[in-house]
Ligand binder design. Structure first.
Ligand code: ZN
Length: 191
């Protein structure tokens, strides 16, 4: 089922996600719905907060971008094909930055049509549980590293606008204010 995506201004986007203790039927359904929602919106990642749930759960699939914005993967210290872990489910992820920061363009399904350059470490080490509740670990780079960091930020109530430099954010401020006001108005109508 394609779910509604929460937009900037919705307080759930600022909530830290609760840890998931067991991958039960409810979580499995949520994962399936999150993939469907992400694909319907042509995203490469989606965090639970973006469908209104403050949980430590995110889904990622960067395969469609491999040509234009490649990703790299290392499993047990050896280069691996990203297909090995795609599509990716991360539950309770722990992310450790590796390497220098690099700039790259980012968007977010909770901020339609808003894009900005963000500096982030070029690689990360990731530890998490997968959709079966099994521990996984890997090192990744390129778009996958960026997606993992963007989504893990969501799980902690952080948004990509918090990572923008002052100038970029200032240029987008009017659009951001407008989106936030519109979201708040829609939430008010629903309540
Ligand atoms: Zn996002």
């Amino acid at each position: 089922m394609v779910l509604e995506i929460t937009k900037y201004g919705n307080p759930v986007l600022r909530q830290k996600g609760a840890k998931i203790e067991t991958v039960n039927a409810e979580i499995k359904k949520l994962i399936a719905d999150m993939f469907e929602t992400m694909e319907a919106n042509h995203g490469v990642g989606l965090a639970a907060q973006q469908i209104g749930k403050a949980l430590q759960l995110t889904v990622i699939d960067v395969r469609g971008a491999q040509k234009d914005r490649p990703s790299t993967l290392e499993l047990d210290g050896k280069p691996a094909d990203i297909e090995e872990i795609m599509p990716l489910v991360l539950i309770n992820p722990e992310v450790t930055p590796v390497g220098e920061k690099v700039k790259g363009s980012e968007g977010c399904l909770s901020f339609p049509e808003i894009f900005g350059e963000i500096s982030r470490p070029e690689s990360v080490d990731v530890k998490a549980l997968n959709e079966k509740g099994k521990p996984i670990s890997f090192r990744c780079g390129g778009l996958l590293a960026r997606a993992v960091q963007h989504e893990t930020d969501h799980l902690n109530g952080l948004l990509f606008i918090d990572r923008m430099d002052k100038k970029t954010k200032a240029e987008l401020q009017d659009e951001l204010d407008e989106l936030q006001a519109q979201t708040k108005l829609e939430l008010k109508k629903k309540s």
